[in-house]
Ligand binder design. Structure first.
Ligand code: PEP
Ligand code: MG
Length: 759
């Protein structure tokens, strides 16, 4: 059964549009189950009716014509109950409805399964047969599994239809909305530029071209480059491989021949398709044919064809990268955004970002927030490879994307963009003013840094110190561990830029979703694995070099504070403190006179919440990492878009943990700061101030908004609000009550300027 399922899903996945996909589904499912009829009904959102979209066995002329409301017929029943229905004799069921045009009277038994994608009923998959007999459990399981697997494929094909005009019932290009999760606040109206992962054939989109000859020339060059690579490889391996093994390279070279793949690709280019699209079509057809073969040896050949395809594609992509021009309002769309992609776009042209993978607390989203670029993460349903060049709206407040937006929607969002520009101009005036509430409470606002650009931005916005300098960033952009001297220079730059303001440098926090290319960590559960302090305590040489560099960099400046990430108990803290003292002693022995800087630890693991007092006694300050603390308290991967709606720092359990940390730290007489993304959310910052945090550290982009809001409120009002919200047990109620309370105080403008748009 699994094999059949896999084959069908593979074939459906390769279909060129929704119609073709549905056609394959009904044909293959009928065949596999040995029934007389298989049909797919899809729910049309405009009319709220289940429309017959494809059938094998019923009269094909009724496709697109027969439809039923959710309260009609057996199909409607399956759709509304969201459960399979297995009937021996369908016509005896009270909900049975007869459609003469389908020729249905000849079929007795009925088995229907709902097609559900992300909790939304998309349609119903039905099989019917002549004999009056109940479908058995195995058959029911097959249909249910099939429809669960196909739901995503159908959703994808439907979405592609709306984007490229191949939608159901021939509706043409339409505005469509895709929901992801908020990555960075703000909205953007612009044009999509899709950044494809290198050499991934399956996601190459179709695109038409005008200059056929130039495209063929491009393809020929790519072919020749691959041929050259193959010849070189073959001769390099000549001494290590037997003659028969080397024959593989000859097979590759033959496949590249004009008479084979090359010829087919050129034919498709001549019909107006670009070389990459033509290559994808030809290679995927060959691959599909090989993969469906029963002979294991021939099936294996599919990977050879794929490999050849990837090699040619890599050359074609290299060529395109050199000639790519970015529109003025570029919105980068990618399966997985990477910091490097942001750097590719010329200054001033990048207005928005979309990532299919990752979530609002992925590190690339944190980077986007620091750069102030509206971002949507986790847009899992967006057929991203198909959107290149189309108009898009990115709503980073709600985590929503609109493809081919209507002029009316463009106008509405355009107004929000203009309003935000105005707002940030107004906020710039706050730079020199203190962050002080109406009743005179001073709340120091610090910044999180990592990139070089953060320094200038932080100073522009009037930061009072650095609450978190993520040292892993200079490690990530290198191709080896930076030496003590190199680190010293980088840290010195950071310390002098902010001097005399304090700079809190966190020791290396790699692992989880922060990887070093030259120090790969492969493990099953990276967020529960070898991360942060765990790595550096196991590698004291890395830790010692880093702390020595930090200490030396602070010579004469004395504004360094050291912060330890991912501490789960006193044993780790003691070990780390011991190493720092060792590094300090060594430096003093070398004759450099540096006072011991304040040392603090991050509270980001639940265990640390319950040991705050014991831990606080051993350090000079605490800093809460609410990003990880939320993920670990709620057991929600901060990177996983599937559970992104469960990730919530206003969850009552998180609020209680934060309050406990503040109270316990203060009982021990130690200051406590917070440097997770929550501190940069203006509404949440009101609650953090009320809890008693001694400073808030956030990305520089959000700092003016937080300052504006805290200057408009009294501490006593904030405390009253916190007291009220902490009695609620439902995160949604906490969100809406908080936003409503701030709006009622006339403070809504920095929370969400796009709140009233209904797309
Ligand atoms: C945190 O976990 O809240 C934090 C600030 O650290 P990072 O986001 O770098 O893991
Ligand atoms: Mg963290």
């Amino acid at each position: 059964m699994l094999n059949t399922l896999r084959k069908i899903v593979q074939e459906v996945n390769a279909a060129k549009d929704l119609k073709a996909a549905l056609g394959i589904i009904v044909l293959r499912v009928r065949e596999a189950m040995g029934t007389q009829v298989c049909s797919v009904y899809l729910l049309d959102a405009d009319t709220n009716r289940f429309v017959l979209m494809a059938t094998e066995g019923l009269n094909k002329r009724s496709i697109g014509k027969v439809s039923m409301a959710p309260n009609e017929g057996l199909v409607g029943l399956v759709g509304t109950r969201e459960e399979p229905l297995n009937l021996e004799n369908a016509s005896e069921h009270p909900r049975y409805r007869y459609f003469a045009e389908t020729g249905e009277e000849r079929y007795a038994s009925f088995l229907g399964a709902p097609i559900i994608h992300h909790r939304r009923v998309m349609g119903v998959l039905v099989v019917q047969q002549k004999d009056k007999r109940q479908f058995d459990e195995g058959e029911e399981a097959f249909l249910v599994t099939m429809s669960a697997q196909l739901a995503g494929v159908i959703a994808h094909a439907e979405a592609t239809g709306s984007i490229r005009g191949l939608g159901k019932l021939g509706k043409g290009i339409q505005e469509a909305k895709f929901v992801g999760v908020p990555g960075a606040p703000g909205v953007a109206v612009g044009k999509a530029v899709v950044v494809l992962p290198p050499a991934d054939l399956e996601v190459v989109p179709d695109k038409s071209i005008d200059d056929v000859e130039a495209e063929i020339e491009l393809f020929k060059q790519a072919l020749e480059s691959v041929r050259e690579d193959m010849r070189n490889l073959s001769s390099k391996l000549a001494t290590q491989l037997r003659k028969e093994e080397r024959a593989l390279f000859d097979v590759y070279l033959m496949m590249l021949d004009d008479a084979s793949i090359g010829q087919e690709v050129k034919r498709i280019i001549r019909n107006g398709q670009w070389a990459q699209g033509a290559l994808r079509q030809v290679v995927m057809e060959h691959v599909a044919r090989f993969e469906l073969m029963d002979d294991a040896y021939l099936r294996e050949r599919a990977s050879d064809v794929k490999d050849i395809g990837r090699r040619i594609l890599a050359y074609l992509q290299e060529e395109r990268q050199q000639t790519l021009t970015y529109p003025d309002q570029t919105i980068i769309v990618s399966e997985e955004l990477s910091p490097a992609m942001l750097g590719e776009v010329p200054e001033g042209k990048l207005v928005g970002l979309i990532s299919v993978l990752g979530s609002g607390n992925s590190h690339v989203a944190i980077l986007a927030r620091a750069m102030g670029i509206p971002t949507v993460m986790g847009a899992v349903d967006l057929p991203y490879s198909k959107v290149d060049g189309i108009d898009l709206i990115v709503d980073g407040y709600h985590g929503e994307i609109y493809t081919n937006p209507s002029p009316q929607l463009v106008k509405q969002y355009g107004e929000v963009v203009a309003e935000e520009k105005e707002l940030s101009k107004g906020l710039a005036a706050l730079r020199e003013l203190p962050c002080e509430t109406l009743d005179g409470h001073r709340m120091p606002l610090w910044v999180n840094t990592g990139l070089l650009a953060d320094v200038a931005r932080a100073q522009e916005r009037g930061a009072e110190g650095v609450g978190l300098y993520r040292t892993e960033v200079p490690f990530m952009i290198n191709d080896r561990f930076p030496s003590e001297k190199e680190q010293l220079a980088i840290y010195r730059e950071q310390l002098s830029a902010f001097h005399p303001l304090p700079v809190t440098m966190r020791t290396l926090d790699i692992g989880g979703d922060k990887a070093l290319s030259y120090f790969p960590i492969k493990e099953e559960n990276p967020f529960l694995g070898w991360r942060g302090i765990r790595v550096t305590l196991d590698h004291p040489e890395i830790f010692l070099v880093q702390t020595r560099a930090m200490l030396k960099a602070s010579e004469g400046l004395n504004n360094l504070r050291i912060l330890l990430p991912m501490i789960s108990g006193t044993h780790e803290l003691e070990e780390a403190l011991h190493l720092i003292h060792r590094a300090w002693g060594e430096i003093r022995d070398e004759g450099v006179d540096i006072p011991m800087p304040p040392i603090g630890m991050m509270v980001e693991i639940p265990a640390a919440v319950y040991q705050t007092r014991e831990l606080a006694r051993q350090v000079d300050f605490l800093s809460v990492g609410s990003n990880d603390l939320t993920q670990y308290l709620l057991a929600v991967d901060r990177n996983n878009p599937r559970v992104a709606d469960l990730y919530d720092y206003l969850h009552p359990a998180v609020l209680q943990a934060l309050k406990k940390v503040v109270d316990d730290a203060h009982t021990e007489g130690k200051p406590v700061s917070i440097c997770g993304e929550m501190a940069g959310d203006p509404a949440a910052a009101v609650l953090l101030m009320a809890m008693g945090f001694d400073s808030l550290s956030m990305n520089a982009t959000n700092l003016p908004k937080v300052k504006w809001l805290l200057r408009q409120i009294t501490l006593s009002k904030a405390r009253e609000l916190l007291g009220q919200l902490m009695t609620f047990d439902n995160p949604q109620v906490i969100h809406s009550s908080l936003h409503l309370a701030l709006r009622n105080l006339g403070l809504g403008r920095v929370i969400n300027p796009a709140a009233t748009i209904q797309g």
